[in-house]
Ligand binder design. Structure first.
Ligand code: HEM
Length: 504
């Protein structure tokens, strides 16, 4: 009997040993294969320049280096082997990955690994049914009728009560330049809080700033993972909770805590038309609501602020465009309110083709999301003939695409809003040539809202103030992050105008 038991124990150990060794061997094999695919040792010129950052001797930003490479590639497609990524600026390829073969280009596991800890199951990180559900509900919040009624009222009130009073405080003080980029950031936090969370930015300012600060650090640390040529380093640090990964974990816990407090605050208020109220009506899992909030915060907050900073960085170098905006304000009969604020109604904004063109032209040269990657789920061939192996990242580069001569003409480097107008009427471009809001099935759901907000800000600021850049010759340099942020901000001086054209 004892012998039988011993034999059974030996067999059990052998079976366990076999499975354990097989598991270790599979993990080892998978790691070797992943490493072989990524080719971290690649020494081709592009990979070497990326790994050693030698591109920075000739280009102000990595995006400018990629633009140079893409312009010189006959197919407008390049490969960065150390990132396991194919990068394209070819509109046919972009249409292929975003629309035609949307089914085989999901966000994929790499994106999920990088941003999953912060975004959880939120729309930005979701594929399949979970994505469908969130997309359907959010489209209702951003429908044309909701934009005209709820959203435009909320935005105008945030403009009147938050952004304009802040700018007025800093007018006519040339000795103390004012950072317009950070004012735009504060404004968009307030605007997203009002529209997406249904919270009054004034009365909940402490909670919203704390949430926003924790979110910002967590988003920056998450983005740093994506730039790493050796992802196993951050994965090991994450496993052992070391260094930046330790900080990230701490910040995500703060984001969680503040998000749950926001949900609690919203529950105490009457139901509204805001996004959080709508989701609360169908979701009773607070952790899921937390994920939804975080995705919308990421989507709306930095993108709009970044776009506005880029638009003003360009606009203030082109006085003729400023004059044309002021003419359109007069033509559309937008008059100053009691405080001297030039806040246009939704209908007036809709009629403003030139301002519409200014916003699009600004984002052509400075798209807030400079590039975006998809994961190739099966072997594929792009329309330009590029073979893409299953498991590879395919990135479309919106920044480079806005700077291609064959698409935009010889003056592609100039800020010229008129290129968007035919007989004075705005004429849109294909989203695959201009994928600033992405295109196809996952096009940005906040696009119309974002455009309306940016137009309202351009009209209000240019209508009420004379704005001058402190250093009009400075080249734009961007900080690393998920959205483009101008290094050093956007320092300006402000003078209040009188509507007769004088300075108040
Ligand atoms: C200038 C401002 C904006 C730009 C340039 C922009 C751009 C983009 C881009 C490129 C994507 C695709 C990202 C990806 O799939 O990885 C996206 C998705 C999205 N955007 Fe925006 N966005 C802006 C403003 C907003 C605003 C204000 C909101 C709402 C508050 C918003 C909500 C979303 C959502 C929910 C998605 C995910 C859509 C999906 O996956 O189905 N965006 N946006």
């Amino acid at each position: 009997m004892e012998k039988q038991q011993e034999a059974a124990e030996t067999i059990r150990r052998l079976v366990w040993g076999f499975f354990l060794s097989a598991a270790i061997f599979s993990v080892f094999l998978a790691s070797v294969l992943a490493l072989v695919r990524r080719r971290p040792w690649c020494t081709c010129a592009i990979c070497r320049a990326y790994v050693t950052s030698s591109w920075s001797a000739s280009f102000p930003n990595l995006a400018d280096y990629y633009t140079h490479l893409l312009r010189n590639s006959p197919t407008r497609t390049i490969h960065v082997h150390v990132l396991n990524s194919t990068i394209t600026a070819n509109p046919s390829n972009v249409e292929h990955i975003l629309r035609t073969r949307f089914d085989i280009y999901p966000k994929g596991p790499a994106f999920s690994a990088i941003l999953g800890d912060l975004l959880g199951r939120g729309i930005f990180n979701a594929d399949g049914d979970m994505w469908h559900f969130q997309r359907k509900l959010s489209l209702r919040v951003f429908s044309v009728s909701a934009l005209r009624t709820f959203c435009s009222l909320e935005i105008n009130s945030v403009l009147r009560q938050r952004l304009l009073p802040l700018l007025r405080l800093h007018r006519a003080s040339p000795l103390s330049p004012f950072d317009l980029q950070s004012a735009f950031r504060r404004f968009t936090i307030d605007a997203v809080s009002a529209v997406a969370l249904g919270l009054d930015p004034e009365s909940h300012s402490t909670l919203l700033s704390a949430f926003s600060d924790a979110f910002e650090v967590a988003a920056t640390l998450s983005a740093a993972r994506a730039a790493s040529p050796a992802p196993f380093i951050w994965r090991v640090k994450r496993l052992l909770c070391l260094g930046t990964e330790r900080c990230l974990r701490k910040e995500i816990l703060r984001v969680d805590a503040f998000a749950h407090r926001i949900i609690g605050c919203r529950r105490l208020l009457p139901k509204g038309q805001d996004l959080l109220s709508r989701f609360m009506a169908s979701v009773d899992d607070d952790d899921y609501l937390r994920d939804i909030i975080v995705s919308f915060f990421l989507a709306g907050r930095d993108t709009v602020a970044s776009a506005l900073a880029g638009i003003f960085h360009l606009l203030l170098r082109y006085p003729a465009a400023v004059t044309a905006i002021r003419q359109e304000i007069v033509d559309r009969a937008v008059s100053a309110d009691g405080d001297g604020g030039v806040v246009a109604s939704w209908d007036q904004l809709r009629e403003m083709s030139y301002v519409h063109a200014v916003v699009h032209e600004g984002m052509r040269l400075f798209p807030p999301i400079q590039f975006d990657s998809k994961f190739c789920a099966e072997d594929d061939v792009l329309p330009d003939g590029t073979f893409v192996r299953k498991g590879k990242r395919v990135t479309y580069h919106a920044y480079a695409m806005g700077r291609m001569e064959e698409e935009w003409g010889e003056d592609y480097g100039e800020f010229r809003p008129e290129r968007w107008l035919r007989d004075g009427v705005f004429s849109p471009e294909s989203p695959f040539k201009y994928p600033v809001f992405q295109g196809g099935q996952r096009q940005c759901v906040g696009k119309e809202l974002a455009i309306m907000v940016m137009k309202a800000v351009v009209v209000a600021v240019i209508g009420e103030f004379d704005v001058e850049l402190v250093d009009g010759k400075k080249t734009a340099r961007f900080l690393p992050g998920l959205t483009a942020t101008l290094q050093g901000g956007l320092p300006v001086t402000l003078c209040r105008r009188r509507l007769d054209g004088g300075v108040g």
